[in-house]
Design a protein around this ligand. Structure first.
Ligand code: HEC
Length: 150
């Protein structure tokens, strides 16, 4: 069937988890920079994610997905339009999700606790960010793999 996931190839697990955690941290930093309107930091993190993949023994079938992820990151480098950067981030998350779907991976995304509502404006914004974060990170996880948006 066209959309059934392919069998997961054998890869050195520690190196791969490290690589993925770096991808995740960079994608999250890009997302935060976007929300903050911090284009300098967005530029730096996108540049890093666009770099060649520092693991050499990955399966050939992954190459188009890694290329897709890197070129989505590359398009974010030097982007100073909020709207274009936001749609570029969606392209990036799509590239993550496509590969997770192909490899039938459901990354464990850590969910941090809701900040207490103390009524001040800073806490209000933190709670708002907390609400938004899983929405963004969920885009990197294929919906078919069980993430449920609330
Ligand atoms: C080329 C395929 C591919 C691409 C592209 C990809 N991933 Fe992954 N990802 C995987 C695979 C396979 C695993 C499972 C690794 C394992 O077995 O631990 C994984 C695991 C993860 C994990 C869990 C890591 C852990 O601690 O085990 C996270 C987080 C993650 N990916 C985030 C991302 C993000 C964010 C992106 C995009 C910026 C991305 N990935 C792009 C294939 C990919």
């Amino acid at each position: 069937m066209a959309c059934s996931p392919e069998p997961q190839p054998q890869v050195e697990p520690i190196a791969l988890a490290e690589l993925m955690n770096t991808h995740y941290a960079l994608a999250q930093d890009i997302y935060d920079a976007l929300i903050n309107g911090d284009f300098v930091s967005l530029h730096d993190h996108a540049t890093e994610l666009a770099n060649p993949i520092p693991v050499s023994n990955l399966p050939d079938a992954w190459a188009p997905h890694l290329d897709g992820m890197r070129s989505a990151a590359k398009r974010l480098v030097g982007e100073y339009s909020t709207a274009k950067a936001a749609s570029g981030f969606a392209d990036l998350a799509t590239a993550c999700a496509n590969c997770h779907h192909m490899t039938a991976t459901t990354p464990a995304i850590k969910v941090y606790p809701t900040p207490d509502d103390t009524g001040d404006i800073r806490t209000h914004r933190l709670r708002h960010a907390w609400d938004a974060a899983p929405t963004a990170t969920a885009r990197s996880i294929p919906l078919t793999n069980g993430y449920k948006s609330t």
